[in-house]
Design a protein around this ligand. Structure first.
Ligand SMILES: [Zn+2]
Length: 357
């Protein structure tokens, strides 16, 4: 018997949906309408595949081979791979009938981007953007979702209280670990960030997972990042100081997170840093207040994790750009082709081109 977590079932259903959609031939036919001006692709980790049953953050990784295939497939579909700055220009011009663009973006500043992504990007001469969280490079910000994964991997019971709910669960098997991770993760994501950090911090401590070691192991330091700053293919972008879900913080915190992370990156590398990615980036983490603030603080673009293609209408909303997540759950070129057609978002957004409220 194959047991799947709720997320696994959802992934399979979406996978099947993409397959059916592709088989229907609709994406290819509809692409000129649904594809818009182009797409901004989102990546996190790029590293060799490690087979493990408990891998709840798998959605944040692809293999170097799949990155290579993605670049090839994107170009074979007629997309120009361009820098985020060039994509902003093309969106402003909004020429109908122009070749579509694709932007490759990498969030957080993972060390594997240096080891595994950069060689591929250089070999393919593909421009890309690296969004840096300064606190990860400084080892002061917390990758709480990794802390939670590692704590659950090590513990054989979960005892936690969050948002008035008591969790008392066995973590004896990988199946239990996956189920409990998903439940606790989404429960914490829905609540205040202070509690999320407190609960994951407490579990990490109990499991002897050290937050600064997690950042040290997974994220680049400033010397590593300098390699990207010197790389002509790379645009270094901003991804805040501490990776908070901004929409839940006070205006003063949001302003400080955006302004100081921008200033630090500019001081380190001596170049203007005018492109931003909102941490987490869903509607509960970045909304109209953040879109306005980013513009006021001098960002030329800002990307969310709302799904969709870029249309000419986005010229008025350059700090609320959608992205397509290319992740471990969908490492097939068939799925990529359907995503690049824009058809799934056209359907789910019911023909609306903008999702900026
Ligand atoms: Zn991030």
């Amino acid at each position: 018997m194959i047991m799947l977590s709720a997320a696994g079932v959802r992934r399979r259903l979406i996978g099947a949906g993409l397959g059916l959609l592709r088989a229907s031939g609709v994406p290819r036919l509809a692409a000129p309408v649904t594809r818009g001006l182009g797409a901004i692709l989102m990546f996190h980790h790029v590293r060799p595949w490690k087979q493990t049953a408990f891998a709840p953050n798998r959605g944040l990784e692809i293999t170097p081979e799949f990155l290579d295939q993605t670049i090839e497939a994107v170009r074979a579909r007629g997309f120009d791979i361009v820098s985020i700055g060039e994509a902003v220009e093309r969106t402003r011009r909004g020429e109908p009938g122009a070749r579509p663009f694709a932007v490759l973006t990498f969030d957080d500043g993972y060390r594997d981007n240096l080891d595994f992504a950069l060689p591929v990007l250089r070999r393919r001469e593909a421009p890309f953007t690296l969004y840096v969280t300064t606190g990860f490079a400084d080892r002061t910000a917390r990758l709480w979702w990794v802390e939670l994964e590692e704590a659950i991997r090590r513990l054989d019971r979960l005892e936690a209280v969050a948002g008035g709910r008591t969790f008392s669960e066995s973590l004896a098997t990988d199946f239990e670990k996956s189920r409990v991770f998903n439940e606790l993760y989404w429960h914490l994501r829905a609540g205040p960030e202070e509690e999320l950090l407190a609960v994951t911090g407490e579990l990490a401590e109990r499991a002897r997972v050290l937050p600064d070691r997690v950042a040290e192991r997974l994220c680049m330091d400033w010397d590593d990042l300098a390699i990207f700053a010197r790389e002509p293919l790379c645009t270094v972008g901003v991804h805040t100081l501490s990776h908070p879900m901004l929409a839940r913080r006070s205006p003063a915190v949001v302003r400080a997170e955006l302004r100081y992370s921008k200033a630090i990156i500019e001081a380190k590398f001596g170049e203007p840093a005018v492109h931003l990615a909102y941490p987490v980036g869903d509607p509960t983490s970045a909304g109209p207040r953040e879109f306005t603030m980013a513009r006021e603080l001098g960002f030329a673009s800002a990307v969310t994790t709302r799904k969709g293609m870029v249309f000419a209408e986005h010229a008025q909303h350059l700090t609320a750009l959608p992205r397509l997540s290319i992740n471990g759950g969908f490492q097939t070129l068939a799925a990529l082709e359907v995503l690049l057609s824009g058809a799934p978002f056209w359907l789910s957004n019911r023909g609306r081109r903008l999702n900026v409220a």
